[in-house]
Design a binder for this molecule. Structure first.
Ligand SMILES: Cc1cc2nc3c(=O)[nH]c(=O)nc-3n(C[C@H](O)[C@H](O)[C@H](O)COP(=O)(O)OP(=O)(O)OC[C@H]3O[C@@H](n4cnc5c(N)ncnc54)[C@H](O)[C@@H]3O)c2cc1C
Length: 538
């Protein structure tokens, strides 16, 4: 069963070697078992639903608790410490567009707010009901997961939008196709959620981000239906798919999506390399990106991330052997690990791999063989389970991400990591912070930062630590010319920084769009843009 207060399935655990705990104790101090409130206790605290009885709605307290939070660190804190203070009043699971329309009619008639819900994997507070205001109904789309049509000739597949990653790929693979969209949350996130948050998959370099894959579809809004035909291209004015991408449930419910699919590749392999240091690694991946080699993935870890992941997930004996081998090749303590993915026909893959390794070698890179790449592939959706394990050890793990130009990237990475590492000094706490470049473009790249700190005894103090770190890092991102989010979206947690990125007029334009599709403001209020007047320009 899906975990109600952590990542993934109850059946899977991510064990770490005994030395991992010593490594963390050395880096940021020893910690005690993290708090874990029980499901039974929390269910008792779910208040009575304010919604009337309706055949399409469940008012079961356990269902409402399971839909109350996503996967941001504040979400985990409120679930694990048992400090959760808002719940949806009901959960609906429509099985068709007709039922979605009935739910919208119900909401209009009763003044209920609606939260579209895909897999609930949001990491920025997208699906959290607000504490005050009218009743809230969460609309879980998991029953809408069919593929009504696959046009093999045009390579277009129509799906109901509640389909999760594994169900989508299984239906396509049975016919010899793939979407190629593999966010790390693949096992639980959904097509509708990917579109509504502008998601990016691990192999977006080859298959494209969701905005490249989303060809058309349908959104049902309080003001009516929006049809988006999947034209190969169109000059008929602004492209309304762009309004739906990143709409975060504010405009309506995406019920179906037509996506651009590819035939299953003949060859798909991943390789592991090491560089002597970060600057040489960055120079290599920039060259690979700008040469448009056709790689499907480039993922370069800084030296702290490299060391941390070898300590937390590596086999101690193999890591010792690897370190010995790398030392002989001149790669020592500052080593940075790179994974590349090569996808395509056998002939293309061979050519691309050869060229990528040539570039790497020219920047001091050493290829350590296919085994490391295959291991990465096997565990690509399992590493988030590490967050459960570390919480049990008493450590909070959070991530943040941005994208910026190659020119701004080095200083931005230093500033964000430095800010995090010093961020809670005054509270006598240390922070382990590290980064990788996870998506590259000819003009720049995305930096994905992970930071780990000790849980406090109370939810309030842990939340305070997080707030200090999040605010300081977000400001550092903006100061260095980065976007507030490359792939996670805005939700609640990034909303305070949206206006700095879009400008006042830009923010007002988004608000006007929401009013056009949802005149009474019943769709996921408070997310993406807060329900307040725009701030005065300073
Ligand atoms: C461990 C982990 C790893 C992650 N890795 C990645 C990654 O590699 N790349 C990445 O891009 N993101 C990643 N994420 C973030 C998250 O998975 C994405 O934002 C994902 O796109 C959310 O999809 P979902 O179906 O779970 O949506 P939800 O979390 O259910 O909802 C997210 C938002 O989309 C809206 N929404 C959902 N479905 C619809 C719909 N049908 N119509 C209208 N609005 C809708 C919701 O109202 C909400 O505002 C990760 C998250 C976790 C926890």
């Amino acid at each position: 069963m899906k975990k109600w207060n952590g990542w993934g399935s109850d059946e899977y655990e991510y064990p770490v070697p005994p030395a991992a705990r010593d490594f963390l104790a050395e880096a940021i101090g020893p910690s005690e078992q993290g708090p874990t409130a029980t499901f039974g206790d929390l269910v008792k605290g779910v208040p009575k639903s304010r919604l009337p009885d309706d055949a399409l709605i469940s008012r079961d307290p356990a269902e409402r608790l399971r839909h109350a939070r996503g996967h941001s660190l504040p979400d985990w804190i409120s679930l694990r410490y048992g400090s959760i203070d808002s719940f949806p009043d009901g959960v609906a699971r429509p099985a068709s567009e007709e039922e979605v329309e009935k739910i919208l009619g119900f909401a209009a008639a009763t003044g209920t707010h609606l939260i579209p819900y895909g897999g609930g994997t949001s990491v920025v507070g997208h699906i959290n009901p607000s504490r005050n205001g009218p009743p809230v109904l969460t609309v879980n789309l998991e029953r809408m997961r069919r593929m009504p049509e696959l046009d093999e000739s045009s390579r277009l597949a129509a799906f109901e939008a509640g389909v999760s990653g594994p169900h989508l790929e299984a239906q396509l693979r049975a016919r010899g196709f793939t979407l190629g969209h593999f966010p790390q949350s693949f096992e639980y996130s959904t097509l509708g959620g990917w579109i509504a948050t502008r998601s990016s998959g691990q192999q977006s370099l080859y298959y494209g981000r969701i905005e490249d894959l989303f060809a058309g579809g349908r959104m049902i809004a309080p003001a009516g239906r929006l049809e988006m035909p999947p034209f190969p291209a169109s000059a008929a004015g602004p492209d309304l798919r762009e309004a739906v991408l990143g709409s975060e449930g504010r405009l309506g419910i995406i019920t179906s999506a037509v996506v651009r699919v590819s035939p299953l590749p003949e060859s798909e392999r991943f390789y592991g390399l090491f560089f002597p240091d970060w600057s040489q690694g960055v120079a290599a991946v920039k060259e690979m990106a700008q040469e448009k080699l056709g790689l499907s993935m480039i993922r370069l870890s800084d030296s702290v991330e490299t060391t941390t992941s070898l300590n937390l997930i590596g086999n101690e004996r193999l890591v010792r052997l690897l370190n010995g081998l790398l030392r002989v090749r001149g790669i020592k303590d500052e080593k940075c690990q790179l994974f590349i993915g090569v996808t395509g026909s056998e002939a293309q893959a061979k050519r691309i791999r050869r060229r990528a390794l040539d570039i790497a070698r020219a920047h001091g890179g050493v290829h350590v063989g296919r085994k490391m790449g295959s291991e990465w592939r096997k565990s690509r959706f399992k590493t988030p389970y590490l967050r459960n394990t570390l919480w049990d050890f008493g450590y909070a793990v959070d991530t943040l991400e941005t994208a910026l130009s190659w020119t701004n990237l080095p200083a931005a990475a230093d500033a964000v990591l430095g800010t995090l590492r010093r961020g809670i000094d005054e509270r006598g706490e240390r922070v382990l912070a590290f980064a990788h470049i996870s998506h590259v473009y000819p003009t720049g790249a995305s930096i994905y930062v992970t930071y780990v700190f000790r849980l406090a005894r109370t939810a309030e103090e842990t939340l305070e630590r997080w707030k200090k770190l999040k605010e300081a890092a977000s400001q550092a991102i903006l100061n260095h010319g980065g976007t507030i989010s490359h792939q996670h979206g805005v939700g609640l947690d990034h909303e305070p920084w949206l206006e700095a990125e879009k400008g006042r007029l830009g923010r007002e334009a988004i608000a006007a769009l929401a009013r056009a599709f949802d005149p009474k403001g019943i769709m996921n209020p408070g997310k993406l843009i807060a329900d307040r007047l725009p701030r005065k320009r300073k």
